[in-house]
Structures are given as structure tokens and as C-alpha cells.
Design a protein around this ligand. Structure first.
Ligand code: GLP
Length: 305
């Protein structure tokens, strides 16, 4: 009798309705999906909804690792839509956030907790007991240690099935900044933010770099890599160099996102601008890319100027 090999279902299927708007590539063994921001938001939220549905049918709970910043906003908007039309449920759902500033008063509008409430949790009515995020303002070193410990325990209790990420223009993931001493040790940690990050994030603090917290808490690189699957999002040319190095360069602590090469199940979802130098000069235009180009020309003519 022939042996039937059960084909593993890919996490990264493109729904037919989005097919013409997304081009799919494998570069250095990593999956790269190039599309526009709106389609990317829809695509990734669909992956999340489907993953949760698959797990729910077998009676299993789902944990998402979530990120902040501007990159995932449209993913969250689409999750809210799916929730409102009954396609996405918070039953058996837990979330753990990637990072949080240190020393911002709880309730400050730029804490990542407030960001998550505003962009997702309030709209999907996710109870506080189901979302997990670092406290933003521990008052002593002991409190800080307890907070780190609490998140480390939660990582064990709720293994993540999908980790959402953004990437800093300097290649950071979470708040793991480039540096010679970056290791892949497990465990949440307190970090000092790179000047480049403070500059990039000052846009959320009235462009006043002095108002940006100097420190933050973040899951470590190894904690990120411990998720079953990872989706990393990036929009715009400012990310192009970091993305090219992360995908095609050596694994290097000076480019934290390059550690994603060590994970077997990563999907990069990026726009044309973020992918602009990824393929180098001899870029081969694939059929799906040509199709997507046509779509982009119609939808956003400026993308090709
Ligand atoms: C912050 C976050 C990161 C995020 C990055 C990118 O620094 N700590 O987790 O990936 O911003 O932000 P944006 O998506 O706004 O470009």
C-alpha cells in the first residue's frame, strides 16, 4: 500500500480574493510577501483568524504575541472587523505583548497598554485577565524584577502560536537593540533604548526626543524565536536597508532581526518600498510580482513613480 504523506497545511495561504494583490517569494529560505499596507493588514488578520479557528475546532486555546507601533495597526483594524461580524472570538484567546516603555505613568497615552486598548482590546472586549503586558511604571528595582518574573512565567503558561513583529529602522525587534552584547538568552529584560529608536519614536512624543523614555522592557530574541510562527510587518523605505540585511545578510547581533533566519516559520509581509533593495540589481520579476505591480499601478500610482 502506498504510504500517504499528510501534507502539512501552510500557515501562509493567500485567500483567492487577495491573490492578485500579493506577490510571494522565498528569499534565503524565508517567506516574503510583498503587497500594500491595506492588503497586508487584511492578509495577516485572516491568518490569525484562521489559526484561531483551526485551534478552536480541536478544542485548543490560542495565544498571540502582539506588537505595537504603526506597522500592525491595520491588522488590528481587520481583527476588529472580523470580531464585529462574528468571525473572530476572544474565547480561549490570550495575548502577550512584546514590549513596553519603562517609566511612563500607567494611563499615559503612549504606554503600549493604552495603545493596545485603543487599537484592539477595547473593541474586541478582551478581558484584562486575557491580555498580558508589562506594567509601565515599576517604582523600585524589586518591583521591576517581579514584573520581569511575571512575564517570564506567562511565557511558559501561554506558549505563543503566532508572534507579530515590527522592525525598527535600525533592525531592532521588540526593543532588542543592535549591540555587540546581544545574546539569544531567554527571558524578558530591561534595556536601554538606542538613540536611533528614541529618534524614530519621538514622533509619538510631539517630536521631543527628551520626552521618549530612555529604557524599556522587552522579550528577548530567544523568547521571540520560541513562538510557533512569526509574522513581521514593515511599510516604507525607511525599513528597506534593515530588511535587506536581516533577510540576506549574516546573522548578526548588530542587526537583531537577522536572528529570524534561525526560525523555520517566519513570514515577512512588507510593501514595495520596504522591499526596494531586497532583490538587488538582477531582480527577477516573477509572474505574481508582475500581477501585483499591475494592481499597485492601478491602486496607488505614486508607488511606481
Ligand atoms: C517600536 C517597538 C517595536 C516596533 C517598532 C517599529 O520601537 N518597540 O516593537 O517594531 O517600534 O515601529 P513602527 O511599526 O511604528 O515602525
Amino acid at each position: 500500500m502506498p504510504t500517504t504523506s499528510k501534507k502539512r497545511r501552510s500557515n501562509w495561504r493567500i485567500p483567492p480574493k487577495l491573490n492578485a494583490k500579493v506577490s510571494r517569494h522565498t528569499i534565503n529560505e524565508q517567506k516574503v510577501f510583498i503587497t500594500d499596507k491595506e492588503t497586508g493588514g487584511e492578509l495577516v488578520s485572516r491568518w490569525m483568524v484562521n489559526l484561531q479557528k483551526r485551534r478552536t475546532t480541536t478544542g485548543e486555546g490560542t495565544t498571540f504575541g502582539l506588537a505595537t507601533g504603526s506597522s500592525p495597526v491595520l491588522v488590528y483594524e481587520n481583527l476588529v472587523k472580523a470580531y464585529n461580524n462574528g468571525d473572530f472570538t476572544t474565547e480561549n484567546l490570550n495575548t502577550i505583548n512584546l514590549d513596553e516603555y519603562a517609566n511612563l505613568e500607567a494611563g499615559h497615552k503612549e504606554t503600549y497598554k493604552q495603545f493596545m486598548k485603543k487599537n484592539l482590546f477595547d473593541d474586541i472586549k478582551l478581558p484584562e485577565s486575557q491580555f498580558h503586558i508589562f506594567g509601565s511604571n515599576p517604582h523600585s528595582n524589586d518591583e521591576e524584577d517581579e514584573e520581569i518574573q511575571r512575564i517570564n512565567e506567562l511565557l511558559k503558561t501561554y506558549p505563543r502560536h503566532l508572534q507579530l513583529l515590527g522592525i525598527g529602522p535600525n533592525g531592532h525587534i521588540g526593543f532588542n537593540e543592535p549591540g555587540k552584547t546581544l545574546t539569544v538568552d531567554t527571558g524578558a529584560r530591561v534595556v536601554k533604548l538606542a538613540i536611533a529608536t528614541c529618534e524614530a519614536n519621538s514622533r509619538f512624543f510631539d517630536n521631543d526626543i527628551n520626552a521618549v523614555p530612555t529604557h524599556a522592557r522587552t522579550l528577548g530574541i530567544a523568547d521571540i524565536l520560541a513562538a510557533d510562527s512569526i509574522v513581521i510587518l514593515a511599510w516604507g523605505e525607511a525599513k528597506a536597508r534593515a530588511i535587506q540585511k536581516a533577510i540576506t545578510g549574516p546573522v548578526d547581533s548588530l542587526l537583531p532581526a537577522s536572528f529570524l533566519q534561525r526560525h523555520k516559520n517566519v513570514a515577512w509581509v512588507i510593501d514595495k518600498e520596504a522591499a526596494s533593495i531586497l532583490f538587488g540589481k538582477g531582480m527577477r520579476i516573477t509572474r505574481s510580482m508582475a500581477r501585483m505591480n499591475l494592481y499597485l499601478q492601478k491602486q496607488i500610482p505614486q508607488a511606481n513613480q
